[in-house]
Design a binder for this molecule. Structure first.
Ligand code: PMP
Length: 285
């Protein structure tokens, strides 16, 4: 049976799920999106994802044509139609079909798209052994140009960084901001552990406010691990005792090598492992 995709209130077979080539989501990356997980049939932190989607839309003057309640129902129904308990949900809202010019006022009908699918995580081995990343030369978008807090359909900044990482043999890459501070990875937030404290760049560093990041900060504070959201440099990364990444798709994944420097003793550290276990309990009970 073909997967069903939601577009504008209707479910279509995956092969027939299509929108206009004049949609400014395609022509200009003019739109917003969310990546969400469902665990055991329950959508993880749905409210936070919907709030972030609506905030992203507001920042680009895009009115989402349905309510948050309707979106929540549509997500639920799409998951059900596909019989997905544990999966990944991609919500996309485009500006809609317009003319070939930029003017968003000439776009009608913002499109709401919901794709639900199984998730391809990083290989299990990486969760045990940790991954290697490098710092890339592509600078994270300047927050005054296009704020990384907007989860927009224009992901070229991240894609260019991802390509640089892949060319160096790394599946994830670290991006610095315009000030040379650590920002985040191409699709994940970054955390360090130093002397028992958890450190992560603040929002002002120009990052997406990750929902997994928030969940991990909550988990750490519950286990009485001190958390500091503070500007970090590459040097802080190199001398950290532990490093890990967080993201909806990645969940919590250890990092053991950065720019050829071994982090800690080269294996996922105790606080990282504790937080991975905590996150598993939170999501899988
Ligand atoms: N940063 C970027 C650039 C992202 O695209 C994502 C989402 N994949 C994240 C961080 C992690 O955010 P979340 O935990 O909400 O998925």
């Amino acid at each position: 049976m073909s997967l069903k995709v939601y577009i504008g209130g209707k479910l279509y077979d995956k092969e027939d799920a299509k929108i206009s080539v004049y949609d400014h989501g395609l022509l200009y990356g003019d739109g917003v999106f969310e990546g969400i997980r469902s665990y055991g049939g329950k959508v993880f932190r749905l409210k936070q994802h919907l709030d972030r989607l609506w905030d992203s839309a507001k920042a680009i003057w895009l009115a989402i044509p349905i309510t948050k309640e309707e979106m929540a129902d549509a997500i639920e129904n799409t998951l059900k139609a596909n019989g997905i308990q544990d999966g990944y949900i991609r919500v996309v809202v485009t500006r809609g079909a317009g003319t070939l010019g930029l003017d968003p006022n000439r776009c009608s009908d913002p499109q709401v798209i919901i794709i639900t699918d199984r998730i391809a995580l990083y290989p299990e081995e990486l969760y045990q052994k940790g991954l290697e990343i490098i710092t890339v030369s592509t600078v994270r978008n300047h927050p005054a140009a296009l704020s990384p807090r907007v989860k927009s359909l224009n992901y070229l900044n991240n894609i260019l960084a991802k390509i640089e990482g892949l060319q160096a043999g790394c599946i994830e890459a670290l991006m610095l901001n315009h000030k040379g501070e650590v920002a985040e990875c191409t699709g994940d937030n970054i955390f360090l552990v130093r002397n028992g404290r958890l450190l992560t760049p603040p929002n002002e560093a120009g990052i997406l406010e990750g929902i997994t990041r928030d969940a991990v900060i909550d988990l750490a504070r519950q286990s009485e691990i001190e958390v500091r959201e503070t500007p970090l440099t590459k040097h802080d990364v190199y001398i950290s005792d532990e490093c890990f990444l967080t993201g909806t798709a990645a969940e919590v994944v250890p990092v053991v090598k950065v720019d050829s420097r071994i982090i800690g003793d080269g294996a996922p550290g105790p606080i990282t492992r504790r937080l991975i276990e905590g996150f598993h309990r939170l999501t899988r009970g």
